[in-house]
Design a protein around this ligand. Structure first.
Ligand code: G3I
Length: 511
C-alpha cells in the first residue's frame, strides 16, 4: 500500500538558480551579469528558499508574532500528546489547545507536525491500552485534522537508551511478540506495535485521502557512530525498522537533542546517517533540535553557533532532509533551559537573537550545495592509450603486393558503464565511507563495486548495498531500489568500519 496515495507537496521547493551563485570558501559570490540574490532575513524565508521548512515547537500561550515570522512549521510541544487528548477508549478530549495551534498555523501558512500518537511516555488514559484501542485513537486523531497535519509522529521513542539497539521494554512494546525467537519482530507471526500502528495510520490516511505523511521519531539516532567511534546501534535499529516497514513509513525524525552524553554528540557522520535513511526513500527531519552548551564549553556565542552550522549543513547537504525544527524559541522557555541550547534569549515574546541564530540563517541562505548532476554526465576517464603494435623486423624480403589496407576506424563504444568514487570520514580507529556510483552516458539497471581495503581494516556495517566480504577485497552490489540509475545520474551507498581505509580505489561494473 502507499504508492497510490495522493500526495501534495507541502513545501514549495524554490531552488536557487544554480547559474547565479557560486560557493567560494563558504562565501557567496555572484557572477557578473546576473542579478544578485538577496539574503533572506528570517529563518523561515531562508529555509523555504533552500527547499526545506524551519520550524519550532510551541504552545497556545506562546503564539507571539515572532512565531510565524521566523518559523514556517509548528509542532505542538505538548498539546497533541495522548495524555492531553486521548480517552481510555481511544476517543478524543481536550483538543482545544491542539485546535488553536493548528488554526494558528493554518492562518499563518505554517506546516504542522502532529506529535505524537504512540509513545510509552505521556500516554495518559491510554497507558496499557491494547493495539485495538491504540488503533481507535490513531484513527480519531488523524481524522480530526486530516491534511492540516502535514506530518504525524506515529511512533515516538520506541528504542531503548544506552545504545543497546533493542526495543523498549515498557508498554506499548510489551505487546510485541517474537514468535520464532530470532531476535526481531519482523517475521510473519510476530507482533509489532510499530508495524501495526503504522499499518493502521496508513489505512486512515488513505481512506481519508489525506496528504499527511507518517513519521517515526527518536533521539540518539543522529550519528552513525557514538562517542569513541563505536557503532550507533540505536540508529542501526531504527534503520532496520524503516527499511523493513518502508511501505508504511514516509519520514524519519532525528530528534537531535545534542548534548555530551555518549550517544548524543554531534558526530562527523551525521550527514552520512541522514543520507542512508534518505536513500531508503523517506524524508528525514531534524525534529526537536537543541544543542547543549556543554558541547561548546558553555559558550553560547561562536562555539555554539559553529555546532548549529554543522548540524544545519548536514541536513542541507542531503536533498531529502526536508525540515529542521528547534524545540522551542528561547533558552529560558526551553524544557531544557539549563542547556541554553536554542537560538534566542529572552522570553514572553521579547526575544534576542543569539550567535547561533545568525549562523543558522547564514547556512540556510547558502542553500543546498550537493545537488545531483542533471544533464551533463561527469567526465569519464579517457581509456588508456595502448601503444601501437610493434611490427616485427622483416625476416624475408618485403612482399611486392601492396600492404593490406587498414580497416576504417570503428566508432568508440558508448560509455555505458559506471564510475565510483569514495569520500571518507575517518577518525582514529574507524571510518565511514560514502561511495557514489555514477552511470555513464547510458542508463544502468544494476551495479557492482569492488574495492580492496587496506590490511587491518574491516567493515562493520553497510547501508544501501549488498556486500560480500568484510576485509581485503570486498564487493558491493545494488539493492532493489537503487540499481537503476539514469544516464549521468548517481546513487550512493555507504559502509562503516574499523581501522583505516585511506587510498581506496573502487572499480564499478554496470549491468
Ligand atoms: O502544565 C503543567 C503545569 O500546570 C504544572 O504546574 C507543571 C508542574 O510540573 O507541569 C506542567 O506540565 C509540564 C509540561 O511539560 C508543560 O510544561 C509537565 O510537568 C512536563 O513533564 C512536560 O514536559 C514535557 C516533556 O516532553 C514530557 O516528556 C516538555 O514540555 C516537552 O518539551 C517534552 O517534549 C519531549 C518530546 O515530546 C519528545 N522528545 C523529547 C522532548 C523533551 O526533550
Amino acid at each position: 500500500m502507499g504508492s497510490s496515495l495522493r500526495r501534495r507537496r507541502i513545501v514549495s521547493r524554490t531552488a536557487l538558480p544554480a547559474a547565479v551563485m557560486l560557493l567560494v570558501g563558504g562565501a557567496v559570490a555572484v557572477q557578473s551579469g546576473t542579478p544578485a540574490v538577496a539574503a533572506e532575513t528570517t529563518l523561515r524565508a531562508a529555509a523555504a528558499k533552500a527547499g526545506l521548512f524551519f520550524g519550532t515547537a510551541s504552545s497556545p500561550n506562546r503564539l507571539y508574532p515572532i512565531l510565524s515570522q521566523e518559523f514556517g512549521q509548528l509542532t505542538p510541544e505538548n498539546d497533541m500528546k495522548p495524555d492531553r487528548i486521548a480517552t481510555s477508549s481511544g476517543g478524543l478530549q481536550n483538543t482545544s489547545g491542539a485546535d488553536q495551534l493548528v488554526n494558528h498555523a493554518q492562518s499563518n501558512g505554517m506546516v504542522v507536525r502532529g506529535h505524537t500518537l504512540v509513545w510509552h511516555s505521556q500516554a495518559g488514559a491510554l497507558q496499557g491500552a491494547s493495539q485495538s484501542t491504540l488503533n481507535t485513537f490513531i484513527g480519531n486523531a488523524i481524522n480530526r485534522w486530516g491534511s492540516k497535519i502535514a506530518y504525524w509522529d506515529v511512533v515516538n521513542e520506541s528504542l531503548e537508551d544506552n545504545n543497546t539497539g533493542r526495543r523498549r521494554n515498557q508498554w506499548p512494546h510489551t505487546m510485541n511478540r517474537d514468535a520464532n525467537g530470532d531476535g526481531d519482530f519482523f517475521d510473519a507471526g510476530d507482533t509489532d506495535v510499530i508495524r501495526d500502528s503504522f499499518i493502521r495510520a496508513k489505512q486512515v490516511v488513505q481512506a481519508g485521502g489525506y496528504s499527511t505523511k507518517l513519521c517515526i521519531n527518536d533521539y540518539d539516532v543522529e550519528g552513525l557512530t557514538v562517542k569513541g567511534g563505536g557503532p550507533n546501534r540505536k540508529a542501526n535499529a531504527l534503520y532496520d525498522i524503516v527499511r523493513t516497514y518502508r511501505q508504511y513509513i514516509d519520514c524519519v525524525g532525528f530528534q537531535s537533542h545534542f548534548n555530551d552524553n555518549p550517544n548524543s554528540i554531534i558526530s562527523n557522520d551525521l550527514q552520512a546517517n541522514i543520507q542512508r535513511f534518505a536513500d531508503l526513500g523517506v524524508e528525514v527531519h531534524l525534529s526537536e533540535v537543541d544543542i547543549d552548551d556543554d558541547l561548546s564549553n558553555n559558550d553560547i556565542g561562536a562555539g555554539q553557533a559553529d555546532n548549529y552550522r554543522k548540524v544545519v549543513r548536514a541536513c542541507l547537504n542531503v536533498a531529502k532532509c526536508t525540515g529542521i525544527t528547534v524545540w522551542g524559541i528561547s533558552d529560558s522557555e526551553s524544557w531544557r533551559s539549563s542547556e541554553r541550547g536554542l537560538l534566542f534569549t529572552g522570553g514572553n515574546g521579547n526575544y534576542q537573537k543569539k550567535a547561533a541564530y545568525y549562523a543558522v540563517l547564514d547556512e540556510l541562505n547558502k542553500g543546498r550545495t550537493t545537488t545531483p548532476p542533471t544533464t551533463t554526465p561527469p567526465p569519464t576517464t579517457p581509456p588508456p592509450t595502448t601503444p601501437p603494435p610493434t611490427t616485427p623486423p622483416p625476416t624475408t624480403p618485403p612482399p611486392t603486393t601492396p600492404p593490406p589496407t587498414t580497416p576504417p576506424p570503428t566508432t568508440p563504444p558508448p560509455t555505458n558503464g559506471c564510475t565510483a568514487t569514495v569520500s571518507l570520514n575517518s577518525w582514529t580507529g574507524g571510518f565511514v565511507a560514502t561511495v557514489r556510483v555514477t552511470a555513464g552516458s547510458a542508463p544502468i539497471q544494476g551495479w557492482n563495486v569492488q574495492l580492496t581495503l587496506p590490511s587491518g581494516a574491516a567493515i562493520t556495517n553497510v547501508w544501501s548495498a549488498e556486500r560480500t566480504g568484510t576485509s581485503g577485497s570486498v564487493q558491493f552490489s545494488n539493492v532493489n531500489y537503487n540499481g537503476s540509475v539514469a544516464a549521468g545520474q548517481y546513487t550512493e551507498f555507504g559502509f562503516q568500519g574499523t581501522g583505516s581505509a585511506t587510498g581506496l580505489t573502487p572499480v564499478c561494473t554496470a549491468s
